[in-house]
Design a protein around this ligand. Structure first.
Ligand code: 5GP
Ligand code: MG
Ligand code: MG
Length: 182
């Protein structure tokens, strides 16, 4: 069955997403100082890969890119609350500004623990750039979120985000029909 037919409702189209990503990239570009060392954009794998790819291509200053991986969900739709670092950085971030790029901030525990990790690795500052923010479910508070869009309390898929490792390739964000969440 075609992929689109699994979706009950589209929350943001590809066009709406690209407009917001362009605005955020312009904001990031204007906040960066051209004389400081190139900041490191760290994507949280796997979910941030689409957002990160779109975002970095619109930032008009030198930057570096790396990935980190923290596992908390398994195959379900509820966070286990205690993310485990399963892939660490390749780059040395000592003395660098790090922008942590996430697909979605839900309880906040993944981002909070990654901020702590990046600070321990010597980053001079860490800011968070999330594609979606789901404030209704926040359990852990943390600093700056440059957020693209506010997400209602649904489990969403697409634009990098999965259900059981499927649906990341949808170019938009949507909610699955109930029969596909099992
Ligand atoms: P948190 O630690 O903030 O509870 O959640 C962190 C991770 O859970 C997010 O980075 C994301 O990978 C996943 N997650 C949270 N909400 C959703 C959602 O609605 N859909 C999908 N596909 N993943 C989610
Ligand atoms: Mg994520
Ligand atoms: Mg996931």
């Amino acid at each position: 069955m075609a992929l689109d037919s699994h979706i009950e409702k589209v929350l943001w189209t590809a066009g709406e997403i690209s407009d917001r990503v362009a605005e955020l990239a312009a904001e990031i570009t204007s906040d960066l100082s051209p004389n400081s060392p190139a900041p490191v954009l760290v994507g949280v794998a796997t979910g941030a890969f689409v957002f990160l790819a779109d975002l970095v291509r619109q930032i008009k200053l030198p930057i570096s890119v790396d990935f980190i991986r923290a596992d908390s969900y398994g195959a379900g739709t509820e966070s286990t609350g205690a993310p485990r670092l399963s892939l660490d950085l390749k780059l040395d971030v000592t003395g660098k500004h790090v922008i942590l790029v996430e697909d979605i901030v839900d309880s906040g525990s993944t981002v909070a623990s990654l901020i702590g990790h990046l600070e321990k690795k010597g980053a001079s500052s860490v800011s968070v750039c999330a594609f979606l923010d789901k404030p209704a479910r926040r359990k852990v508070e943390f600093r700056v979120v440059l957020c693209i869009l506010q997400c209602p309390d649904y489990f969403v898929v697409g634009y990098g985000m999965d259900f059981a490792e499927v649906y990341r390739n949808l170019p938009y964000v949507g909610v699955l029909k109930p029969e596909f969440y099992s």
